[in-house]
Design a protein around this ligand. Structure first.
Ligand SMILES: Cc1ncc(COP(=O)(O)O)c(C=O)c1O
Length: 361
């Protein structure tokens, strides 16, 4: 049988969190999923209504680029519609960006431990993967990035807040980093967990996009907006980058149901503010509970907390699963085998989680 191109031979499949269905089949339990950083508050009821209303148009191709959604995103984030592209999840945009800007012989820098798709997309392009570490706050180490830049560097992926550690890039370090970089290097800052950041020193990227720096910011409606299943991600960048990406992206990446739900969800900002407030309270509770039990964890600015257990995370995750809580050992991200990532959920759910946690640890 024909082999794939040689650069793809070390490609491994994405490892998702255990699904509710597979746990039900195995244990007969209707478990609670705290493994994939989805929103346990769910989407705005208005988004659900809009998705349902779109179902009478299933025979018709969707819009390729739905201007009302781009205009809403622009308005909410102080950008203009030609700064924006949506994709089939942030995942698709990360892939389109890598394939558009890098190829064989180029180098792509990305952090580790971090989201697995940076490495995956690097391998897809045939470029050379260059990994950098994290700093003590669990954010990509920008000094390490600077040390690893060569004339062949084309792309740099950064993740802030970083998944699975929750650390952020700060404005001062980001600005001095950006100022030392040539515009021939494209920096992609993945801000999938942007809305959960509380720290005022967080590096915002919007002003650098408006200043036409060589920067792309990645966001998603899969997290705080609670629409992971509909696959809606978006990116913002200077207009020349966006018009290139719009030419490269597949024409109908988002269904009309996704566009309709996105529009309604974006219009319901009071709902998002409510989910944000509840998530931040629950995150604080979760960190306090781990601290009270003398566990070390990565202080998180996202909707998850990664804790260092005193035994193997895989075994604890299996025991938690048998009690109805699906969590995620963080080994697949590159952390030690004692690290477990848990999604922040409403406090009553977390109370049940900690009762189960105490029984299995
Ligand atoms: C850092 C990061 N970026 C991107 C994504 C993917 O987002 P989407 O669901 O929009 O593809 C995730 C999903 O967990 C993530 O953690």
């Amino acid at each position: 049988m024909i082999d794939p191109k040689s650069s793809l031979q070390s490609l491994t499949p994405y490892i998702p969190g255990r699904s509710l269905e597979s746990v039900y089949q195995k244990t007969g339990l209707h478990a609670i999923k705290l493994a994939s950083n989805e929103s346990l508050w769910g989407p705005s009821p208005r988004a659900v209504e809009a998705a349902k209303d779109s179902l009478d148009r299933l025979a018709i191709y969707p819009e390729a680029h739905f201007t009302p959604v781009y205009e809403l995103l622009a308005q909410i984030h102080g950008l203009s519609a030609d700064n924006i592209i949506a994709g089939n999840g942030a995942d698709e945009l990360l892939q389109v960006i890598a394939l558009t800007y890098a190829g064989q012989g180029d180098e792509i820098i990305y952090p580790s431990p971090s989201f697995s798709e940076y490495r995956h997309n690097t391998l897809l392009t045939g470029a050379i993967p260059v990994e950098v570490g994290l700093n003590s706050e669990g954010a990509p180490d920008l000094h390490d990035v600077l040390a690893k830049i060569t004339p062949n560097t084309r792309l740099i992926f950064l993740c802030s807040p970083n998944n699975p550690t929750g650390g952020i890039l700060h404005q001062d370090e980001w600005q001095s980093f950006l100022n030392t970089l040539p515009d021939s290097v494209l920096i992609v800052v993945d801000q999938a967990y942007y809305e959960f950041v509380e720290d005022a020193s967080y590096a915002e990227i919007t002003q650098d996009i408006l200043a036409e720096r060589s920067v792309i910011m990645i966001r998603t409606l899969s997290k705080i907006y609670g629409l992971a299943s509909l696959r809606i991600g978006w990116a913002a960048a200077p207009p020349p980058i966006i018009s290139t990406l719009r030419r490269v992206r597949a024409p109908f990446s988002l269904s009309q149901t996704a566009w309709a739900a996105a529009q309604a969800a974006l219009l319901d900002q009071p709902y998002i503010a409510q989910v944000r407030k509840a998530t931040l309270e629950a995150r604080k509770y979760m960190m306090q509970e781990f601290r009270r039990r003398n566990y070390r964890f990565w202080p998180s600015q996202a909707n998850f907390v990664t804790v260092e257990l005193k035994s193997q995370a895989k075994s604890v995750a299996n025991q938690l699963e048998a009690k109805g809580y699906i969590t995620r050992p963080a080994t697949s991200f590159g952390l030690p085998s004692s690290h477990l990532r848990v999604t922040v959920a409403p406090i009553p759910i977390l109370e049940g989680f900690f009762r189960a946690f105490d029984l299995v640890t």
